[in-house]
Design a protein. Structure first.
Length: 379
């Protein structure tokens, strides 16, 4: 791609490379992916004062006749107007006005709309009713402004569209997380071979133990499947909050609980045979897509998922693991079989290597360019 192709990358918060949460990993990965594709990037990020100055530079470029292919925005989990440090809407229409100006100037705009927690009562428990009413107005007002501007919404999955009000579903499309870059030597494949004389079958869960992630059936299944082990890599604070619940469920002598992130995860991936996303289903899992699904894919770690969830549908579609009912006996039976027939695991690893190129962050950036009207070429 020629280096003169120009885009705008927008985020209503400062980009912080030192943060490891998925909410920050995604915007950083997407920005890097656009750069890897050869785009010259005008950045409109930071708090409102920084964004206002950057917006002025974009408007000046448009006025000078410079061709900007598109604007891509990564939104926060709260409306753009509330992302100031004190969460006060001191610039309530700043970003919506910017998007509308770009659209009217012939520059298409796409916003990644991260989630719809605010539409589900169980995730709003404990919030002051007055604050909750204000938040509902802010969320809905932002979506109505997006609809009025005519921009495109990218969602973690197409299934989420039915939960997003005020915007025409025809202007929504899926943009799930991407698989991170992994050096060939860092991929999975060094776990046990699953045979009776080859050690235990190793399961790995990387995530957050909260109400949205319930692993009871998984831990019970490991307890009932001889020759299997499980490692839970979870945040220290969420483990302390859930320790009383999970400690009695851990299979005696065959479970580890660790707290690691970043490069410290590599030894866990190298040792593991299977990646766990076998969590109790709920309405949110019908459309939510965990970042770790694609991290498992990058590390060639076959996935165990639950039927009826978006994760399960993706695993089936890509054929990168096994999808079961959320049932202890079903999972324990699968684990016993895989320990006896490890060739099944290796076959899935080969499939993961085949599908990976179309599931990277660069592939996601190409999708954005195609949807917003560009003519993307692979580098």
């Amino acid at each position: 791609m020629s280096a003169d192709r120009l885009m705008v990358f927008h985020a209503p918060f400062p980009l912080q490379p030192d943060r490891v949460a998925a909410s920050m990993l995604r915007p950083l990965a997407m920005r890097r992916a656009f750069a890897d594709l050869g785009y010259r990037i005008m950045e409109v990020t930071g708090y409102a004062a920084q964004r206002r100055r950057a917006m002025a530079r974009v408007w000046a470029a448009i006025a000078a006749g410079e061709r900007i292919e598109f604007v891509y925005s990564e939104n926060a989990t709260i409306p753009n107007a509330l992302t100031e440090p004190l969460h006060l809407p001191v610039h309530p229409v700043l970003d919506a006005a910017f998007f509308r100006h770009c659209q009217r100037s012939g520059v298409p705009v796409g916003v990644f709309y991260r989630d719809v927690y605010w539409r589900f009562p169980r995730f709003r428990e404990g919030i002051n009713p007055i604050l909750e009413a204000g938040l509902q107005v802010a969320y809905r007002s932002e979506l109505m402004a997006f609809d009025k501007a005519g921009l495109h919404l990218f969602l973690p999955s197409r299934a989420m569209a039915r939960h997003v009000p005020h915007v025409d579903p025809a202007r929504m499309s899926a943009l799930p997380p991407g698989a991170p870059d992994v050096e060939p030597g860092d991929a999975c494949g060094n776990g046990s071979d699953g045979s009776d004389d080859g050690g235990d079958l190793e399961l790995l869960f990387v995530g957050v133990l909260q109400d949205n992630y319930r692993l009871d059936a998984c831990l019970q299944a490991v307890s009932r499947a001889p020759g299997t082990r499980v490692t839970l890599c979870v945040r220290q604070e969420t483990w302390e909050e859930t320790r009383e619940h999970y400690t009695p469920l851990l299979p005696a002598g065959r479970a580890d609980v660790v707290h690691r992130s970043g490069s410290d995860l590599l030894p866990l991936y190298e040792r593991a045979d299977l990646g766990v996303l076998f969590t109790e289903p709920n309405p949110y899992w019908d459309f939510a897509v965990p970042y770790k699904l694609y991290e498992y894919l990058a590390h060639e770690l076959p996935v165990i998922a639950v039927r009826g969830t978006q994760t399960g549908r993706l695993v089936e579609e890509m054929r990168i693991g096994w999808v079961l009912d959320y049932d202890t006996d079903a999972l324990s039976g699968l684990l016993r079989r895989l320990r006896e027939v490890p060739e099944e695991i290796e076959a899935v690893r080969r499939r993961m290597r085949q599908v990976l190129p179309d599931q990277t962050w660069r592939a996601r950036a190409r999708t954005v360019a195609q949807v917003l009207g560009g003519t993307e070429r692979k580098p």
